[in-house]
Ligand binder design. Structure first.
Ligand SMILES: [Zn+2]
Length: 221
């Protein structure tokens, strides 16, 4: 069950009072509409009932997909890369660990939901994305500041990158064999993290570390 509470806020535009719903936890398996309102931007938006002013809310929330066994801890601008607690440490079930990720921005929250719902491995995807990023920057002679998973089919995987300067979009694709190879690297070099019961960040910084180790030491850890 999703957990929420009502909070009174003052509109930054007209100073009128509004009551908004804040969620501390979202469980899409018991409420499909919650998942949709995360993906279509509705959940974190509010409209002032007095003047119509629209704002984006940003606060920590736990997205817990029980059926697909992944949890996303959305903590805006969080700088920690691992979050653990005693409850997590005591969880000694024999099942493969639930995938637990820290995400620090809204687009990444949505991206991770789509990746996990597609049955893809986010570690392999981050490695593929990094390889594609390097290729894209070379190809156009630009810097790209972020890339998001766009699609995959039997042959290819696509990532959309944004030019850091012009914000122009570039959709780039890699063959599925790049993803498969990344999966092998993630399975070997990310083994400890795959077994971790803590919340961890799996992002470009993570991929850079793994790729560095791979190029330097191969599969030794
Ligand atoms: Zn207002």
């Amino acid at each position: 069950m999703s957990i929420s509470n009502l909070k009174a806020v003052e509109c930054p535009h007209c100073l009128g009072n509004n009551k908004i719903i804040l969620y501390s936890s979202i469980t899409p398996s018991s409420d499909e509409s919650m998942r949709n309102s995360v993906l279509n931007d509705k959940l974190f938006k509010y409209n002032c009932i007095h003047c119509g002013y629209e704002a984006r809310l940003s606060y920590p929330v736990l997205y817990n997909d029980v059926n697909r066994r992944f949890m996303l801890y959305f903590i805006p601008d969080c700088e920690r890369r691992v979050i653990t607690d005693r409850v997590i440490e005591l969880d000694r079930t024999r099942l493969a660990p639930i995938k637990k990720r820290i995400v620090t921005d809204y687009n990444t929250l949505k991206e991770k939901i789509i990746i996990f719902e597609s049955g893809l491995d986010d570690m392999a995807l981050e490695l593929t994305k990094l390889a594609l990023k390097i290729k894209t920057e070379k190809k156009y002679g630009i810097d790209v500041d972020c890339g998001y998973f766009s699609f995959y089919d039997r042959r290819r995987i696509g990532v959309t990158f944004f030019d850091a300067e012009t914000k122009e979009k570039h959709l780039e694709t890699a063959g599925m064999q790049v993803y498969q190879k990344s999966l092998g690297i993630a399975a070997r070099l990310g083994r400890k993290q795959r077994m971790s019961r803590a919340f961890i960040s799996v992002d470009e910084v993570w991929a850079q570390e793994i790729l560095y180790r791979y190029h330097r030491y191969g599969f030794e850890d």
